[in-house]
Design a protein around this ligand. Structure first.
Ligand SMILES: *Cc1c(COP(=O)(O)O)cnc(C)c1O
Length: 359
C-alpha cells in the first residue's frame, strides 16, 4: 500500500486562473511567472497550463534553457537577470530576455561578445529597495544600455512592494508609479509592471506587460480571498487518518506533550508532516478538514505525521479523508495560522507527496 498522501495539481484550474489575468487586464501582455518550479506545481505542468501566456518569467537559468530545449518559443524572462559572465552567451543563444539591475551586470553585458542580440528589462528600484537602479540614475543607465550594440530592445521594469494594500501609508503603489513614470518619461520601450495584486487590485495601471504569479495557482496575494477574485486553487494536499487514539482527560499528544486533553476525546493521526511541506510551526487550532468537516490541529506537527481533534467529526475512521489545504480549505487560512503566506506553503511542498494531475 502506498502512503495515502497526495498533492493534486489541477491544470484546468491553472488555465482558468490565467483567463482571470486576461479578463482583468485585457490590453496587457502577460508573463506567467513560473519560478520555484511554478510555485511548487511543476514547471512542465505550468507550461501546458499557460500555453496561451505571452511569455514565461522565472529566476532559474537552467530551467529557462530547459524551456527552450523543450520547445517553448515565446519570450522567456529572467527576473533576477544573470549572475555570471559565462551565462550570458547561452542566454543570447537561446533568446532568453533578462533583467539588468545594477552596474556590475551592465559592465558584464558591455564586455560580452554575443552571437545574437538580446532583450533587456532595465529594472528600477522605486522603493522596494531590493533590485534595480534608483530613479535618479535610471536615465543614465538606460542610455548606457542603449549604447551596447548587442542590446536590441530595452523595456522598463519595476516591482511593487504593497500592491495588495491599496491604503498603504508608507509606500503606496501610486507613489512607486509616480517615481517610475517620472524617471521613464519619454524613454522608448515597453513597460513591465504589475504582479498579481497589481493586476487584481490596480487593473487600470498602464503597462504593456504584467507578471502574474500567485493568482495563476489560485492563491490570493491578499486584499480579498481567492474565491472573491474568481480564482480556483490549483493545489490540494490530501491525506487520510491512519490511526485513531481515544485519550482521556489529562492525556497529552505528540512531541513535547504540547496538547493536553481537557476531556476524553478522539485524536486522529494524519499521514502528513513537515517533511512533506506542512509547516512545523502550525499551532494548535490550525484548520484541517476531515471527511468534509472542519476541525483543528492539536499537538506538534512531526516529520511524517500530524494529529487532529476528531470531536466534531462523526464516524471518523482509519481511511477518513483529510484535506490539509486546497479546494475545501484555502491555503491562506493554514498559512495565516502558521504565520506565513500561501506562497511559502506552495513552494515548500516536498517531493514526497504523490502527485495526481487533473486535466
Ligand atoms: C515573483 C514575482 C512576481 C509574481 O508575484 P506574485 O505576487 O506571485 O504575482 C512578479 N514580479 C517579480 C519581479 C517577481 O519576482
Amino acid at each position: 500500500m502506498t502512503r495515502p498522501l497526495t498533492a493534486t495539481i489541477d491544470i484546468r484550474a491553472m488555465r482558468h486562473n490565467f483567463s482571470v489575468v486576461r479578463s482583468s487586464v485585457p490590453n496587457a501582455k502577460a508573463w506567467a511567472v513560473v519560478k520555484a518550479d511554478a510555485y511548487g506545481h511543476g514547471l512542465e505542468r505550468a507550461v501546458r497550463a499557460f500555453s496561451d501566456a505571452d511569455g514565461l518569467a522565472l529566476i532559474e537559468i537552467d530551467h529557462a534553457i530547459d524551456l527552450r530545449k523543450n520547445g517553448w518559443r515565446k519570450p522567456i524572462l529572467l527576473l533576477e537577470g544573470f549572475f555570471n559572465a559565462d551565462e550570458l552567451p547561452e542566454l543570447a543563444e537561446h533568446d532568453i530576455s533578462f533583467a539588468i539591475a545594477n552596474d556590475e551586470q551592465m559592465a558584464i553585458l558591455e564586455k560580452a561578445a554575443l552571437s545574437k542580440p538580446v532583450d533587456v528589462h532595465l529594472k528600477m528600484n522605486t522603493g522596494m529597495n531590493r533590485l534595480g537602479y534608483q530613479p535618479s540614475g535610471y536615465r543614465a543607465a538606460y542610455e548606457r544600455l542603449s549604447r551596447i550594440p548587442s542590446v536590441k530592445r530595452i523595456s522598463c521594469m519595476t516591482h511593487f512592494a504593497n500592491s495588495e494594500d491599496p491604503g498603504h501609508l508608507k509606500l503606496p503603489v501610486t507613489e512607486q508609479l509616480r517615481r517610475f513614470d517620472m524617471a521613464t518619461e519619454g524613454l522608448p520601450g515597453e513597460r513591465n509592471l504589475s504582479n498579481s495584486a497589481g493586476i487584481l487590485l490596480h487593473p487600470h495601471i498602464r503597462t504593456d506587460w504584467v507578471r502574474p504569479g500567485i493568482m495563476l495557482y489560485g492563491g490570493t496575494p491578499g486584499g480579498k480571498t481567492a474565491e472573491e477574485f474568481g480564482l480556483i486553487p490549483a493545489m490540494s494536499l490530501d491525506s487520510e487518518i491512519i490511526q485513531i487514539q481515544h485519550i482521556r482527560k489529562g492525556d497529552s499528544v505528540g512531541y513535547g506533550s504540547l496538547f493536553t486533553a481537557e476531556t476524553d476525546m478522539a485524536i486522529g493521526v494524519v499521514a502528513c508532516g513537515y517533511a512533506d511541506g506542512y509547516p512545523r510551526v502550525a499551532p494548535e487550532g490550525t484548520p484541517v478538514i476531515v471527511d468534509g468537516v472542519r476541525t483543528r490541529l492539536v499537538g506538534r506537527v512531526s516529520m511524517d505525521m500530524l494529529t487532529v481533534d476528531l470531536t466534531p467529526v462523526r464516524n471518523a475512521h482509519i481511511g477518513s479523508r483529510v484535506n490539509l489545504w486546497g479546494k475545501e480549505l484555502p491555503i491562506e487560512e493554514v498559512a495565516a495560522a502558521a504565520g506565513t503566506v500561501g506562497y511559502e506553503l506552495m513552494c515548500a511542498l516536498s517531493s514526497r507527496p504523490q502527485i495526481i494531475e487533473q486535466d
